[in-house]
Design a protein around this ligand. Structure first.
Ligand code: PLP
Length: 359
């Protein structure tokens, strides 16, 4: 089989999505599944839709176009503010986009009229994390303009916390979002179809029976579905699978060698100078994967192996008591950073699976 490859357990993915959809449905919250870490894979999107997510969200228009070309006609949400240079593509392939700039919405309106379509807008509100968002004091002005643009439908408001500054979604900022939504609905005499409370970092708050979800009726979930973890402390979520993705790489050298390098030492290929502890002679293996394929700091080595370092094309491990012969394969877990790099690397193949692989 080809290596390196990313194996995707679609059954585990479906389990994670269905579990979160079920738990959040009890709180009146729908799930927009975020596929950006999978390059908008149609197989993955189909599995997520089967599991009951209401919408597919992605940060890249290329990924939403890929889903449309594959025949997926589920509602789509562009979760990053559109580039003005891409408004025509956004209107063609995204039903709704998240927005913070009147100039962009103006151009979306032009594009929508040109294509004789209606384009939905969710206005993102800044609630302290300092990435995208309209400051609450400016929100009424932006709502007023949005409502005036032909071809544009104001779907609701949303916010995004945790990603830039680590601000935790909690009772205070989520109540603020609901209050803003209620205020807009009342002052402008409109209904807010969508109040999108945030990302996987919102799950602790949203699933806590003590918290009031208020008007929040949607979450945009990526990492929790894909990796089974919440992103604030990277804890595994109760009942979810953390092994949806596995990176498989092939051993190209396996030798017993000293643990301490010899000769005078300068910088390594990537700067850092790892201090070697003398453990005598140990089995050392090289697998054919590197920084061009994956973020090595986000890999979890197989049991009994220890990652010693990585350059662009080589990952070096201490093999412990394993024989790890040349030509054999090693299987690694991935964090979000490693996953994104693997999915976007042209050197890593992706294999979709429904059942365990016998190893
Ligand atoms: C990436 C992203 C998400 C999904 O975040 P996860 O932590 O992976 O759930 C949601 N909303 C926005 C705006 C994003 O950029």
């Amino acid at each position: 089989m080809t290596a390196p490859r990313l194996e995707v357990r679609l059954d585990h993915l479906g389990h994670n999505a269905a579990t979160l959809v079920g738990r959040l449905a009890r709180r009146g919250v729908a799930v927009t599944a975020v596929t950006k870490a999978t390059l908008g894979s149609p197989e993955i999107a189909r599995e997520l839709l089967r599991a009951g997510v209401s919408t597919i969200g992605d940060s890249r228009i290329e990924n939403l176009e890929r889903l449309r070309h594959a025949g997926i006609d589920a509602p789509t949400l562009l979760i990053r503010s559109p580039m003005i240079s891409q408004v025509d593509r956004v209107v063609a392939s995204a039903d709704v986009s998240c927005n913070t700039e009147i100039d962009v919405i103006d151009r979306l309106s032009l594009a929508a009229r040109g294509q004789r379509r209606r384009h939905g807008v969710i206005l993102m509100v800044e609630l302290g994390d300092l990435r995208e968002g309209i400051l609450p004091r400016d929100l009424d002005d932006v709502v007023r303009s949005t409502l005036s643009f032909p071809g544009i439908v104001l779907k609701g408001i949303g916010t995004n916390l945790a990603c830039q500054s680590g601000v935790v979604p909690d009772a205070v900022n989520m109540a603020e979002l609901s209050r803003l939504a209620a205020g807009i609905a009342e002052r402008f005499g409109i209904t807010m179809d969508v109040v999108s409370g945030g990302n996987s970092a919102n799950l602790d708050w949203a699933l806590d029976r003590g918290s009031d979800v208020g008007l929040v009726n949607d979450l945009r979930l990526g990492e929790s579905i894909l990796l089974g973890r919440e992103p604030l402390h990277r804890r595994a979520l109760d009942g979810l699978r953390t092994d949806v993705f596995t990176l498989v790489a092939e051993v190209i050298e396996s030798k017993v060698k000293p643990t301490v390098p010899w000769g005078s030492l300068g910088e390594t290929a990537f700067g850092a100078q790892p201090a070697a502890v003398d453990r005598g002679d140990r089995r050392r293996v090289i697998v054919a994967v590197g920084r061009q394929d994956v973020d090595p700091d986000g890999l979890v080595a197989p049991d009994g192996f220890r990652i010693l370092g990585a350059s662009s094309d080589h990952l070096v491990l201490d093999a412990g008591d394993h024989a790890a012969p040349v030509g054999s394969e090693l299987r690694f877990g991935l964090n979000y950073s490693a996953l994104v790099r693997a999915v976007t690397s042209p050197f890593v193949a992706t294999t979709m699976l429904r059942t365990p692989v016998l190893t």
